[in-house]
Design a protein around this ligand. Structure first.
Ligand code: SDX
Length: 404
């Protein structure tokens, strides 16, 4: 049995042809295409097709995919009823995780592992994430959910269903860029979770539900909450230096910085930084960009970050971009999921096609030869083991005491 580094660092656990990260040269590719370049050119639907089918779509294929997604955006009435009874102050990522799990109960194909059924479910899930978030938002604000607009593409329709008005092209392009950039990222924790769950040949809804649970964590897709708190706490750019000094003095972990794979700039952060700069000029909120940039420059020039190769990651400027698009902080991780569901479902399909149950081993460090004791003889929290001489001794901290 071989052992690996904590957190599976540097371990390739399976082959994949969907995406790859070059953390030294700040590169991210979807099926060999440079993602920052894709983010300037491609629609989210083109990326969905690329991730699922392994090639950019022809015009006919794109039209077909758009039609399939548009036809699935409307939620089942029973799901809307479930959203209506969900606590209004529920964390939207918890609500999304719950509704995705519930969606599986309304899908007759849920447990069908055929290729055709997998692509159908991938389309259903990808189409419905925005509808679920928009419905929760509107119901929570005493409004009726809006029906999806078949004439609008994925990003524009989400903005319409959420805000209740058709977005302008700049707003749509900014969200589309974000959705393209975050659609896949090799075996990040939530994608690995989806693949590991799939390896038991369970259903796609179970795998995506698990992925959402993993994404929620502050070390992964939950990081925007910490970035937001930082920006609110700092308040104005002139306070950034003091805040940073205090963070260093208290060993505070600055969210949105550092990455397990990128030991150089996350190329997505570079693109989002520019969108954050531009958007905050037009939305009249340049303060957040200024604070973000100031903290970023302080971190990138500080020996502590340089020695550990800690750079800005995708979550750092996402906060300013999504805030500029009118989304509250609690919607940021769910909107990360709106994008990443395309990648999760692509990986579930890839896993199904070339599967072997994932079942690692554990390096056992617990007691052996533990000796049963009647309840009246037990010491709280202590297991007694029998040593080679037949003596009883407590396992663990107080091992030096022995009793016969
Ligand atoms: C995403 O994996 C993916 O691909 C994820 C993602 C995707 O698209 O799916 O890219 C999206 O999740 C981006 C990451 C979002 N998370 C954050 O921004 C949270 C803040 N960053 C971290 O906590 C951290 O950098 C991780 C979790 C992202 C990576 O951590 P590692 O590889 O386990 O590294 P580590 O925690 O062992 O840290 C190594 C050192 C430690 O210091 P020392 O013990 O050596 O003294 O770096 C320090 C850490 O304390 N460190 C930080 C830091 N991140 C790491 N110090 C201050 N601020 C930070 N943000």
């Amino acid at each position: 049995m071989s052992t690996v580094g904590k957190g599976l660092e540097g371990i390739a656990i399976a082959e994949s042809s969907i995406s790859t990260v070059d953390g030294v040269n700040s590169k991210l590719m979807y099926r060999g295409y440079d993602v920052p370049e894709l983010s300037a050119r491609a629609s989210f639907e083109e990326i969905v097709h690329l991730l699922w089918y392994g090639a950019l779509p022809t015009q006919q294929q794109l039209d077909d995919l758009k039609a399939r997604l548009a036809s699935r955006r409307k939620l089942p009435d029973q799901l809307l009823d479930m959203i209506r009874v969900t606590p209004k102050d529920a964390d939207p990522i918890d609500m999304l995780r719950t509704m995705v799990s519930a969606l599986g109960m309304f899908d007759p194909l849920a447990n069908d592992g055929s290729d055709e059924a997998l692509f159908e479910k991938a389309a259903t899930l990808t189409a419905r994430f925005p509808s679920i978030l928009a419905a929760f938002h509107r119901i929570g604000n005493g409004l009726e959910p809006l029906d999806p607009r078949p004439d609008l593409d994925h990003a524009a329709n989400f903005l319409y269903m959420y805000h209740g008005k058709e977005p302008d092209k700049r707003t749509t392009r900014a969200l589309e860029t974000y959705l393209v950039l975050l659609a896949d990222h090799e075996f990040n924790a939530s994608t690995f979770a989806a693949r590991m769950i799939t390896s038991t040949l369970t259903d796609m809804y179970s795998a995506v539900t698990g992925a959402i649970g993993a994404l929620k964590g502050p070390l992964h897709g939950g990081a925007p909450n910490g970035v937001y708190d930082m920006l609110i706490e700092i308040g104005t750019p002139d306070k950034a230096n003091d805040w940073f000094e205090n963070a260093m003095a208290t060993k505070f972990r600055i969210m949105g910085i550092g990455h397990r794979v990128y030991k150089a700039m996350d190329p997505r952060a570079t693109v989002l930084r520019e969108h954050a700069r531009e958007l905050t000029l037009s939305t009249g909120n340049p303060v957040w960009y200024a604070i973000s940039r100031q903290i970023e420059l302080l971190a990138l020039s500080h020996p502590y970050f340089q020695e550990r190769k800690l750079f800005t990651n995708v979550d750092y400027y996402s906060v300013t971009v999504l805030t500029s698009l009118g989304f509250p902080v609690e919607m940021m991780t769910p909107i990360f999921a709106v994008s990443r569901v395309a990648g999760w479902t692509a990986h579930v399909i890839e896993q199904f096609r070339n599967n072997r149950l994932m079942r690692p081993r554990a390096e056992y460090v617990g007691p052996v030869n533990s000796v049963w004791q009647e309840i009246e003889d037990r010491t709280p929290g202590v297991i007694y083991i029998e040593d080679d001489m037949g003596n009883l001794k407590p396992f663990g901290d107080n091992e030096e005491e022995t009793t016969t």
